[in-house]
Design a protein around this ligand. Sequence first.
Ligand SMILES: Cc1cc2nc3c(=O)[nH]c(=O)nc-3n(C[C@H](O)[C@H](O)[C@H](O)COP(=O)(O)OP(=O)(O)OC[C@H]3O[C@@H](n4cnc5c(N)ncnc54)[C@H](O)[C@@H]3O)c2cc1C
Length: 283
Amino acid sequence: MIPSSFEYHAPTSVAEALSLLQQYGDEAKILAGGHSLLPAMKLRLAAPGVLIDINKIAELRGVVINGNVNIGSMTTWATLEHHDGLRSACGVLPEAVAMIGDIQVRNRGTIGGSLAHADPAADTPAVVLALDGQIRAQGPGGERTIAAGDFFTDMLSTALEPTELITAVILPTLGKGEGAAYVKFPHPASGYAIVGVAAYVKMDGGSVSTCRVAVTGAGPKAVRLTDVEQAVLGGADAAAATANAGAGLDILGDIHAGEEYRRAMVAVYAKRALQKAMERASG
Ligand SMILES: Cc1cc2nc3c(=O)[nH]c(=O)nc-3n(C[C@H](O)[C@H](O)[C@H](O)COP(=O)(O)OP(=O)(O)OC[C@H]3O[C@@H](n4cnc5c(N)ncnc54)[C@H](O)[C@@H]3O)c2cc1C
């Protein structure tokens, strides 16, 4: 359980971190909360020659709510969980974050680290997909914004280039007529999602005008449940829209939950998330 040796850098600005990333390229890895990277290094599943620790970059931390919600990539789960303004502006995020791991994990783990790692059972990928969020990244070519729907490309894979750093995550503020919810069936030891579903609904004049539902934990990456969304927009209630929510999905089975069981749980949790989101949108 001892990682292979590595060079360590602790830049204090984004510019410095980017220049180190460019200098070392594929050899380097960003270190955020370390809750995924360090275990992987100790198990020798990852052996970066250079670690670029971004914990000293103050500009990457914090939440700004001003028309939308701008979250610095190094903001920890604990900050998001206890942020008062966030609870009223975009309550589904603290709702989801409060279910992550345990207190130690929430004190260290960061939203940027989680999205960059793209663990198939992580919670926030489903939330950012359902909210149609954006991931802001900086690299040698400058800054770019990646839609959540384009960000997760496969298991543990994203649209980020090796020389890019996630700087922020942008989510909408939710107003009257909008509701969102996250529910999950957690792994009893780690808390990771065996199945987790986030839903967002916007009501206009008593009917649903926008609906996004995303699932995590079930397959290799978090995905939108577009059939469910279309059914809701066509007038179906949550139960009818989600009855076959797991059908056609790429589902992975493991020792914790087989493929058939996980597929069944997608329907159960999609219904619960959608019902909650609809209640909140009409409340
Ligand atoms: C016991 C345990 C239980 C957990 N339970 C849950 C759970 O229930 N739900 C859940 O969602 N998660 C869970 N996690 C994961 C945890 O919440 C962290 O989100 C996750 O480890 C990644 O965040 P981090 O800040 O630790 O990133 P790190 O481990 O530091 O980095 C992860 C990867 O992302 C890259 N990276 C980090 N930051 C950036 C950046 N800004 N730009 C580009 N690349 C970057 C790193 O190079 C690395 O490849 C758990 C972890 C543990 C150890």
